[in-house]
Design a protein around this ligand. Structure first.
Ligand code: HEC
Ligand SMILES: [Cu+2]
Length: 350
């Protein structure tokens, strides 16, 4: 009875661990289901080194168990000492050469992949985006396209897109696990990398460097669309008129409030280079509010009234006049109209 209960306990424990861990994987946020070039290369290396390590583990375990069983102290042979092999040249050579070979097997493909992924040769002919990491949001400036946007990075599938990355404050790290490896984003120097998505989709990105109280909330998205759709998105973004008057009375009042409350001081609409806060040109098309909250009117209102309750330590809190619920509702009505393009996360199949 006791043994049976014990087994049941172990099973329950394992079952609940499995249940909890199964929540960890999220497609489009995992390096184990690669959807891009860098992620694919990384997974190849992960598999290679895991296989090598398992091989070493297996050999060591076999030797260990063999020695344990064969050379145990046996009844009647208590004084028996097995043959001593210390300093045996053949053995020493074997266990020096084998690890060297294993290390070469890992090192050569790793070095090749490292150089391959750091290659910036193709950047002159490709799409270049300047990426700025800020506490706690991401800004994207499409070189030579007059497009500025934040939080959602649109890219065409099947092409290398070069990212020139800098931080406006502390060190951040740009990481879209399903598409590519990580790259540090530093305040002093520009780091470059390229990403390439194979399939259309919305890929989740994370800041992978502890950068302050809301570090874990510094999420962003890479939205990969077909090259034709991307071109459409570019021209939609380029034809935005920042001064266009909103539709409907409340939204128009919201638009006025947006100016009166000094929101314009930090947030640009259109291709203005202001980067104190996220560019809101296509805010109505965003997948999330402030990168993390579901994109609903309620959450937008909550953000405008009390951003601190959503992202502690963010740089908007306290830097604008108080906004009442009624005013926030009107501003939200206006902001939700900022939908310049039909190309959104939905058309990317998500
Ligand atoms: C002092 C500069 C500043 C002012 C003024 C300001 N904001 Fe912000 N705002 C920010 C920053 C910085 C963020 C990004 C916060 C974060 O994600 O960490 C932000 C984020 C936002 C977001 C979320 C954007 C996104 O991409 O999801 C909205 C919406 C917003 N602000 C609306 C407003 C409105 C409306 C006003 C005026 C009432 C306003 N802001 C005034 C700096 C400012
Ligand atoms: Cu960060």
């Amino acid at each position: 009875m006791k043994g049976w209960m014990g087994k049941l306990r172990v099973l329950t424990l394992l079952g609940s661990i499995a249940l909890v861990l199964s929540g960890c994987g999220r497609e489009n946020l995992t390096a184990l289901i690669p959807k891009g070039y860098g992620a694919e290369k990384s997974l190849d290396l992960i598999i290679l080194s895991t296989v090598v390590m398992l091989f070493v583990l297996l050999i060591v375990m076999i030797l260990y168990v063999t020695v344990l069983v064969r050379f145990r102290k046996k009844k009647g042979k208590e004084d028996f000492i097995p043959k001593q092999v210390e300093g045996n040249k053949t053995l020493e050579t074997i266990w020096t050469v084998i690890p060297i070979i294993l290390l070469i097997i890992i090192a050569v493909p790793t070095t090749i992949a490292t150089f391959d992924l750091a290659d910036t040769e193709g950047s002159k002919k490709a799409l270049n985006v300047d990426v700025t990491g800020n506490q706690y949001w991401w800004h994207f400036n499409y070189n030579g396209q007059e497009i500025q946007t934040s939080q959602d990075l649109y890219i065409p599938t099947g092409e290398k897109v070069y990212l020139n990355m800098k931080s406006s404050d502390v060190i951040h790290s740009f990481w879209v696990p399903a598409i590519s490896g990580k790259m540090d984003v530093n305040p002093e120097n520009e780091n470059t990398m390229y990403i390439e998505a194979y399939e259309e989709g919305v890929y989740w990105g994370k800041c992978a460097e502890l950068c302050g109280p809301s570090h874990s909330l510094m999420d962003f998205k890479v939205i990969a669309v077909s090259p034709e759709e991307f071109e459409q998105w570019v021209s939609d973004m380029q034809s935005v008129d920042p001064k266009a008057v909103a539709e409907g009375e409340t939204a128009q009042q919201g638009q006025e409030l947006f100016q009166e409350k000094n929101c314009m001081g930090c947030h640009a609409i259109g291709s203005s280079p202001i980067q104190v806060g996220p560019n809101l040109t296509n805010f109505g098309d965003r997948t999330q509010v402030a990168g993390i909250k579901e994109h609903t009117k309620d959450n937008i209102v909550q953000w405008i009234m009390d951003p601190e309750s959503i992202k502690p330590g963010n740089k908007m809190t306290g830097n604008y006049p108080t906004v009442s619920k009624e005013e926030a509702n009107k501003i939200a009505d206006y902001l939700l109209q900022l939908q310049p393009s039909e190309i959104t996360s939905e058309s990317a199949g998500n």
